[in-house]
Design a protein around this ligand. Structure first.
Ligand SMILES: *Cc1c(COP(=O)(O)O)cnc(C)c1O
Length: 387
C-alpha cells in the first residue's frame, strides 16, 4: 500500500508565485489596485475576450451577473443539477426558480434538447456548465438563447484553457471562471467574468464594489476617489491585489499545468481500460480541447458489488483521496424538501450521482502516483469479489 496520502487535488504554488505575493505584501497596497487591472488584462488576452472583471469568487461573479440581468421573482433559470450548488442557490436567493436540465449520461453536460425542452415563457437565463474541462456544445445553445431572447452565461469554473471549435472558452459570450484551490489555476479564492458585452462588463464593474461609479476607482493604485457616489446599491465582491498577483503568475503557467494534466489523464485512461467496473466519461463528439480539470469515472456498482461511497472509503483506507463532482443538487435536502424535487425527475443525472468519483489529478503528480491509484482500485475490487 502507498505510504503517504495522495489527495485528489493540490495547487501548484512555486517560488515565483510566492515571490509575487510577497512583493504585494511589502508594497503598501494589498487590496484591489494595479495588480487587479494587470490580471484582468492578461486573462482577457489569454482567452481572447474583449474584456474581463476580476472578482472574489466565481459564485460572486454569478451573483452580480444575475443581478445585472435582473433575475428575480417569476423568472426561471435553467442549469444542470449535476454541478456545484452555487448557481441553483443564487437562483433561489434571487427569488427565481431553478429549473434543472438533465445531462448526457456519458459527458455529464446538458444537451441542446434537454435545455430546449425546459424553456418556458419565463426562462430568463440558461447557465450551462463546461464539465471537468470539456466544453459544452455551445453553438446550438447560443442559437436557442438568441431565438428565444434568453441570456446565456457559461459556468467556466472547470474550463480555463478549454477550447470549443478552435476557440478558447471565454472568447465570446459571457463566461465565469473560478480560481478556488482545486481549479486549474488558483488565487486562494477568486473568479473572473469574461464578456463580449461591454455594457454588461461596466455594470458588473460598478456593482461588484458597492455600486460606486465606474470612474471612481483610480486604476493606477491610488485607491478610490473619496467623493465617489453610489449610483445603485451593490456588493463587495472585489479581489485583493495579493490574490491578483498570484493569479498573474499562475496564469503564466496554465498551459504547462494543463499539458501535465492531459498527460496524466491519458495515462489513467490506458491503465483503467482493462478494469470492467470502472467506466470513464466520454469526450464530446465536436471539435474541442480538454483542460482536464478533473478525472471523473463511474463505478459499475452492480458489477462491483459495492456502493460508490463505500468504494471511496476503501480507497481512502489505502491512502488514495477522491472527490465527488457532484452530488445531484435536486436530491439535496433543501431542494427535495422545500422545492419539491424528487428522484426520478432526472434519470441520467441521478444514475451518475450514485456512481461518480474524481480520482487524484494535479500537475505535480507522477505516473507512479497513478499506478498507485490503479493498484488500490484493483485491490478494493479484488477484495469484494472474494466475498
Ligand atoms: C468551483 C465551481 C464553482 C464555484 O466557484 P467559486 O470560485 O468557488 O465560487 C461554480 N461552478 C462549478 C461547476 C464549480 O466547479
Amino acid at each position: 500500500m502507498r505510504a503517504d496520502f495522495l489527495p485528489f487535488a493540490r495547487p501548484s504554488i512555486g517560488d515565483a508565485d510566492i515571490a509575487a505575493v510577497v512583493e504585494i505584501l511589502r508594497s503598501g497596497w494589498i487590496t484591489t489596485g494595479a495588480k487587479n487591472a494587470e490580471f484582468e488584462t492578461e486573462f482577457s488576452r489569454y482567452v481572447g475576450a474583449p474584456g474581463a472583471v476580476a472578482l472574489c469568487s466565481a459564485t460572486a461573479g454569478m451573483h452580480v451577473a444575475l443581478a445585472v440581468l435582473g433575475v428575480g421573482a417569476e423568472d426561471e433559470l435553467i442549469t444542470p443539477s449535476m454541478t456545484w450548488v452555487s448557481t441553483a442557490n443564487l437562483a433561489v436567493l434571487s427569488g427565481a426558480k431553478p429549473v434543472f436540465a438533465d445531462v448526457d449520461r456519458n459527458t455529464l453536460m446538458v444537451t441542446p434538447d434537454s435545455v430546449s425542452e425546459r424553456t418556458t415563457g419565463r426562462t430568463k437565463v440558461i447557465v450551462p456548465v463546461h464539465f471537468a474541462g470539456a466544453p459544452v456544445d455551445l453553438m446550438p445553445l447560443r442559437r436557442l438563447a438568441a431565438l428565444k431572447g434568453i441570456h446565456l452565461i457559461e459556468d467556466a469554473a472547470h474550463a480555463l484553457g478549454t477550447e470549443y471549435m478552435g476557440e478558447r472558452i471565454g472568447r465570446r459570450g459571457t463566461a465565469i471562471f473560478s480560481f478556488h484551490p482545486i481549479k486549474n489555476i488558483t488565487t486562494g479564492e477568486g473568479g473572473m467574468l469574461c464578456s463580449d458585452d461591454t455594457r454588461l462588463l461596466d455594470r458588473i464593474r460598478q456593482l461588484k464594489f458597492h455600486g460606486l461609479g465606474v470612474d471612481a476607482y483610480d486604476r493606477l493604485g491610488q485607491g478610490r476617489v473619496p467623493q465617489a457616489e453610489v449610483l445603485e446599491p451593490g456588493f463587495k465582491y472585489n479581489l485583493t491585489d495579493m490574490a491578483a498577483a498570484l493569479g498573474i503568475t499562475q496564469l503564466a503557467q496554465v498551459d504547462e499545468f494543463n499539458r501535465k494534466r492531459t498527460e496524466l489523464a491519458s495515462h489513467y485512461a490506458k491503465r483503467l481500460a482493462a478494469i470492467d467496473e470502472i467506466l470513464p466519461l466520454a469526450s464530446p463528439g465536436y471539435s474541442s480541447r480538454h483542460a482536464w480539470h478533473l478525472f471523473i469515472v463511474r463505478l459499475d456498482i452492480d458489477r462491483a458489488g459495492i456502493s460508490r461511497d463505500e468504494f471511496m472509503a476503501e480507497l481512502k483506507e489505502r491512502n488514495i483521496g477522491t472527490g465527488l463532482h457532484f452530488r445531484a443538487i435536486h436530491l439535496q435536502k433543501y431542494y427535495r424538501e422545500t422545492m419539491g424535487f424528487r428522484r426520478g425527475m432526472l434519470p441520467n443525472t441521478e444514475w451518475n450521482s450514485d456512481r461518480i468519483l474524481s480520482l487524484p489529478l494535479f500537475p505535480a503528480m507522477t505516473e507512479a502516483d497513478i499506478d498507485d491509484v490503479v493498484a488500490a482500485i484493483r485491490d478494493v475490487l479484488a477484495g469484494r469479489k472474494g466475498r
